[in-house]
Write a protein that binds this ligand. Structure first.
Ligand SMILES: Nc1ncnc2c1ncn2[C@@H]1O[C@H](COP(=O)(O)OP(=O)(O)OP(=O)(O)O)[C@@H](O)[C@H]1O
Length: 608
């Protein structure tokens, strides 16, 4: 009968096991059925880690942490077991998740002395990487109960011991937080040792559940009380649990959340008095108040209040002084400025211009500002294709094109069907033929997403098309646009947003762009005329926020993915192919950017 099939090995095949181990250590071959698979696998690992098989010489790792949830819950269970063992020579050992011995309950004198000599003592690590195959390290390495008898141990100094180790998983988080191990003389070891170790581990898990239940209940109670008493940012945390109110999730970027949780955990661990002021990754300053919560004189966690105290410092300087080179407009984001500069250059060159962009991005505003900069009192005509009465509208367009001096903006070209586009094209062509472009600057504005007819023919008369970026691609300009509109709408110009409100505005996606922002602020000012605008003053449309603040590049990537999904009718693999990305990448990005697929992808749909 092989050693692998008799368990635990009896004294006759114990000798055989010693030979097999010897052969393994001298690099001779060992057949899988000669020794249990789990032991052979552990021997191989021990060899790879260069563990010494002929001696044990461990370094002291650290003083054991005896005031942790594990030790507090486990020690009463272990003491109870000690009493029941009633003086039998079995040592009861508790380790942390790294295999460092936290405590060893005394057995009898001889066994204790021997365990001291092999450094199976508090502060030393019995991880597999330190001493090779053993009950503690092998259980932790395999994530399951392990019993190791006599010569199955890798280190020969352990050959007269038998041990049974069981990992302990936290009942709530499921994380392995330590191991319990029963060790006795090899001659006394039997199959019941592992049964007893498993029962003990179960009892420890049960105690952890009861104890953490009491602590977590106390924490939950205090957290809910804090939420009832404040409308601001509240969260609660301990080793295993984090609770965060809806408001905190909305207002704080995930990077800011992570940083605040880290700070709060540190404050709790070091019992540092609060409040502290800290600068968050998005540049905002926050003040943290952390209140420890105790249950039965044991720290159960902490409840944290956060106040955002100061907005990010902008490179552009004071947000209220808007640096712009176009009259009546603000914004200094590179994408926005580049668009404005290109329009300006077009005017300088005397070229007719097609201005593209999503609804409300400021196409007309830029055309007007560029013209006004040079011609403060010149004529600035606007013809809007929306709700125009045809054919009168076309008659008027023809007249303006032939007679007007100054500039003419034809808005919402996308609303004209093919027939009207052709008629307008003909009128533009005749004006062009008579050299009108020298005295009249014509700008057409269009939003490709709403296109009704095909403007290709008409656009041939316009040497260039410039696209203005959507607000989410130059979201940093909100720091200038918000004070600009508030100053416009409030009477005394004293209205401002709290940092929390500003964070919410910054994280909105603004599908209606600057015009939507303008409308939102106009509505807010109808209710709040002086002082500070709080998040509650904002309409619900500002409550749908992205998971985090996206950089301009990221929001462009998100838009490209959304558009491609629309084009491919929600088919992710096709969309990925058309963007030249892998399927795994598109799935990850869809999740990361919170894109909804397939039928209700956010963003305006192309009309057919
Ligand atoms: N950078 C800016 N600074 C100040 N106000 C702006 C700015 N951009 C846009 N606005 C204002 O936002 C509003 C919307 O702009 P505008 O009407 O020019 O958008 P649009 O792109 O032409 O819209 P549509 O798509 O409907 O044609 C206007 O009141 C405009 O004055």
């Amino acid at each position: 009968m092989s050693s692998a099939s008799t368990y635990p090995p009896n004294l006759s095949n114990d000798r055989r096991l010693a030979e097999i181990r010897e052969r393994f250590l001298t690099a001779e071959s060992v057949e899988p059925n000669e020794v249990r698979n789990t032991i052979l696998a552990s021997w191989w690992r021990s060899r790879r880690w260069n563990v010494a098989a002929d001696h044990i010489d461990l370094a002291y790792v650290r003083d054991p942490e005896l005031d942790s949830p594990l030790t507090r819950s486990a020690l009463p269970v272990l003491r109870h077991l000690r009493e029941h063992l009633d003086g039998q020579p079995i040592s009861i050992i508790l380790t942390d998740a790294a295999g460092v011995v936290l405590t060893r309950l005394a057995a009898d004198h001889d066994l204790d002395r021997h365990l001291d000599s092999v450094q199976l003592a508090p502060g030393f690590s019995y991880a597999e990487g330190s001493v090779g195959t053993n009950g503690i390290g092998t259980a932790l390495e395999g994530g399951q109960p392990a019993h190791v008898f006599g010569h199955e141990h890798y280190a020969e100094n352990l050959e007269n011991l038998g041990c049974a180790g069981v990992p302990i998983q936290h009942p709530i988080s499921g994380k392995t937080i330590g191991a319990v191990d029963l060790t006795c003389w090899r001659k006394d070891a039997g199959p019941l040792l592992i049964t007893l170790a498993k029962t003990t581990a179960d009892q420890i898990r049960q105690a952890l559940l009861t104890d953490s239940g009491v602590r977590e209940f106390a924490l939950l109670r205090e957290y809910l009380r804090a939420c009832r008493h404040t409308a601001g940012i509240v969260f609660a945390l301990n080793h295993d649990v984090v609770m965060m109110n809806e408001y905190a999730r909305q207002v704080l970027d995930p990077a800011d959340q992570t940083m605040l949780l880290g700070q709060a955990a540190e404050m709790l661990a070091s019992r540092r008095p609060s409040p502290i002021v800290t600068e968050l990754p998005t540049g905002i300053k926050a003040r943290l108040y952390c209140r420890p919560v105790n249950a039965d004189d044991v720290l159960a966690g902490g409840v944290v209040h956060v106040k955002l105290v100061e907005l990010a410092k902008l490179p552009a300087g004071d947000a209220r002084v808007a640096p712009t080179f176009l009259p009546g407009l603000v914004g200094s984001g590179p994408l926005w400025l580049r668009g404005c500069q290109r329009v300006d250059a077009c005017y300088e060159a005397g070229e007719w211009l097609a201005l593209e962009g999503e609804q409300g991005v400021g196409k007309m505003a830029v055309a007007r500002a560029v013209y006004r900069k040079r011609n403060p009192t010149g004529r600035f005509h606007v013809l809007d294709a929306v709700d125009a009465a045809y054919p009168d509208w076309l008659v008027q367009a023809r007249r303006e094109l032939l007679e007007t001096e100054g500039s003419l903006v034809i808005r919402h070209l996308d609303r004209l069907d093919d027939r009207r586009l052709q008629a307008l094209s003909a009128a533009l062509r005749s004006a062009h033929a008579t050299g009108r472009q020298r005295s009249l600057w014509v700008v057409v504005t269009l939003n490709r997403r709403h296109q009704t007819g095909d403007p290709t023919e008409l656009l041939r008369l316009f040497p260039s098309t410039i696209e203005l970026p959507p607000l989410r691609h130059h979201i940093e300009d909100l720091h200038e646009l918000v004070p600009f509109f508030l100053a416009k709408f409030s009477h005394d110009g004293q209205l401002a947003c709290t940092p929390e409100t500003m964070q919410l505005l910054l994280r909105s996606s603004w599908p209606g762009n600057v015009e939507q922002l303008r409308q939102v602020l106009r509505r807010v000012v109808q209710h709040r005329r002086t002082g500070l605008i709080h998040p509650d003053d904002l309409p619900p449309e500002c409550r749908t926020v992205s998971r985090r603040l996206l950089s301009p590049i990221e929001s462009m990537e998100r838009d490209a993915i959304v558009q491609s999904l629309l084009d491919c009718e929600g088919h992710k693999a096709k969309a990925a192919r058309s963007l030249g990305m892998s399927r795994a990448t598109i799935y990850r990005k869809i999740h990361e950017y919170g894109i909804v697929t397939p039928s209700n992808v956010p963003g305006p749909r192309r009309s057919s």
